[in-house]
Design a protein around this ligand. Structure first.
Ligand SMILES: Cc1cc2nc3c(=O)[nH]c(=O)nc-3n(C[C@H](O)[C@H](O)[C@H](O)COP(=O)(O)O)c2cc1C
Length: 182
């Protein structure tokens, strides 16, 4: 059975993969059995078309670049028509190590997916982080959720819980979960 939400992530050194586990655990508490997880290294980009809602996870690497598996598929994303799909992006980065490129991948992927017709949701405030610049920020908000496992892993659980509730609202999952009237 296809779930309504597909989560696609890439991870070089495993941090994003761990966060995916945390995110799924939070989602299961609130809205169980709705998500299928894929490592983008293992599937063609066309699999994004299988889902009405997408959650995309990508750390920033090599000073403002996408994680390598997303980078390898970046141009292939241009073959996809994502019209009608709601997409939420989360990114991992290191705000003190790379303050001029913090979580750039959120912006690089977000703008690309929006250009392919997707509606971006899951924006969060950039307040409370310490960095100089990010391609992922517009008008004071990340185009998704920024996480920093190097410096603020203790804040990740709360950020994820807040984001899950935000997505339940913005994906309109409450409606999806409503029991059918007798
Ligand atoms: C060589 C290198 C370059 C990096 N470049 C950036 C960067 O430009 N911006 C950023 O926010 N984080 C950067 N990071 C931090 C990673 O995004 C962070 O370690 C992340 O948690 C890695 O996720 P992963 O283990 O899922 O690959 C970099 C890390 C390394 C080792």
């Amino acid at each position: 059975m296809t779930t309504p939400i597909g989560l696609f992530y890439g991870s070089n050194t495993g941090f994003t993969e761990i966060v995916v586990g945390q995110l799924i655990a939070e989602f299961e508490m609130v809205a169980p059995d709705l998500i299928t997880v894929h490592n983008i290294a293992d599937v063609p980009v066309e699999r994004l078309l299988d889902y009405a809602y997408l959650i995309i996870g990508c750390p920033t690497w090599n000073v403002g670049q996408l994680q390598e598996d997303w980078d390898a598929r970046f141009l292939e994303l241009e073959t996809l028509d994502l019209t009608g799909k709601k997409v939420a992006i989360f990114g991992l980065g290191d705000q003190y190590g790379y303050p001029d490129n913090f979580c750039d991948a959120i912006g690089i992927l977000g703008r690309k997916l929006a250009a392919q017709g997707a509606e971006l949701v899951g924006y969060t405030s950039a307040e409370g982080y310490e960095f100089s610049y990010s391609v992922g920020v517009e008008n004071g908000r990340f185009l998704g959720l920024a996480l920093d496992e190097e410096n603020e892993s203790d804040r990740t659980p709360d950020r994820l819980i807040d984001w899950v509730w935000q997505l339940v609202d913005e994906f309109d999952l409450v409606h999806l979960l409503e029991p059918v009237a007798a």
